[in-house]
Ligand binder design. Structure first.
Ligand SMILES: *[C@@H]1O[C@H](CO)[C@@H](O)[C@H](O)[C@H]1NC(C)=O
Ligand SMILES: *[C@@H]1O[C@H](CO)[C@@H](O)[C@H](O)[C@H]1NC(C)=O
Length: 312
């Protein structure tokens, strides 16, 4: 039997084990269990364990393991160890659970885990395990499951709405669950969120089932070109709450009015360091070469005007 090694847990476990002789002890705490995060269609089964121990050798007659979905009203799974029969899946989960799955060979524990088949977005939610017997209070464990779908048609775009302002639009389709939307500008590597972004998130149900579907996202913000200092990268992030999952699209935009700040100003004759592969010396000589040509043309013009004047 696998026991978590958390010291706080071990102390709690030892205290409980000494004081409650016939109790049910669930070997995990809600807060210690991070959510299960997975991409829709990426797994054949998702197993949620409900590790508990009984301080008895024989299986208590009334020991029952249940799983409930999004609250205590929807019972989706039930198993009574003493009957030595398979568990049952119920209601909307009737065909979504692998009833053959055994997490342990011990007859007291073997079907305590819920094994969900082909987990897809609509199975996102909170799963609660309840272990009950006549001898003790019911014990609960909550497991959070987030099954996301990647957006399609996801893009950020710019549109110049008049001479001075630009509209930045971020759109995405088929994303689940509802994401947080951030439009930002990349300011020398620092991402600055653009304020006053208007967002619209539309629920689109699929398979004729109101509870199953995805979101369509539209967000936009208008800014003035003069608030930008030269070539700017805009980005749009769609973040799935409570996870590290996010999707990003970026775009470069050249504002029409560029404010050159004093520090950015470089005299024309100074060698530029953005000519990759060309040494400053070569860059400088390329420059002086072209200014020589320019002087030469002026000289030619002057000479031809002089000759024309003389020949008159
Ligand atoms: C351009 O559009 C912005 C935003 O709609 C508006 O505030 C601004 O007055 C407009 N400017 C011109 C020159 O039309
Ligand atoms: C997100 O990533 C951090 C750092 O990698 C990790 O500590 C944290 O547990 C992750 N959170 C989730 C919900 O996966």
């Amino acid at each position: 039997m696998h026991l978590p090694r958390h010291p706080y847990f071990m102390v709690t476990f030892m205290i409980l084990a000494n004081t409650v002789c016939h109790g049910i002890i669930i070997l995990e705490e809600d807060l210690e269990t991070p959510p299960e995060v997975l991409k829709t269609g990426s797994l054949e089964t998702l197993t949620l364990d409900c590790p508990f121990v009984m301080e008895e050798k024989d299986i208590p007659e009334h020991l029952t393991v249940q799983w409930m979905y999004n609250g205590y009203d929807v019972n989706i799974y039930q198993w009574i160890p003493i009957t030595d029969t398979k568990p049952q899946s119920l209601g909307p989960f009737k065909d979504r659970v692998n009833l053959e799955y055994e997490i342990s060979s011990d007859p007291m524990y073997k079907h305590r885990a819920l094994s969900l088949l082909n987990p897809t977005t609509e199975l996102t939610g909170i799963y609660t395990c309840r272990v009950s017997s006549f001898e003790d209070d019911d014990k609960y464990l909550n497991r959070r499951v987030i099954i996301y779908s990647e957006p399609s048609e996801f893009k950020i775009q710019t549109e110049q709405i008049n001479q001075t302002n630009v509209k930045i639009t971020c759109e995405a389709d088929n994303i689940f669950p509802e994401p947080e939307v951030y439009i930002y500008k990349n300011y020398n590597g620092e991402l600055v969120q653009l304020e006053d972004t208007a967002e619209e998130k539309t629920w689109k149900s699929s398979n004729g089932n109101e509870g199953e579907g995805t979101y369509t996202i539209h967000a936009e913000v208008t800014i003035a070109d003069e608030d930008l200092t030269g070539l700017t990268q805009f980005g749009c992030d769609l973040r799935i709450p409570e996870t590290n999952v996010s999707f990003t699209d970026t775009l470069s935009y050249e504002p029409r009015i560029t404010i050159v700040s004093y520090e950015d100003y470089e005299p024309e004759s100074a060698p530029r360091n953005d000519l990759s592969g060309v040494s400053p010396h070569e860059a400088a000589s390329t420059r002086s070469g072209s200014s020589c040509r320019c002087h030469f043309v002026v000289l030619l013009l002057f000479v031809s005007v002089l000759l024309a004047t003389l020949s008159l």
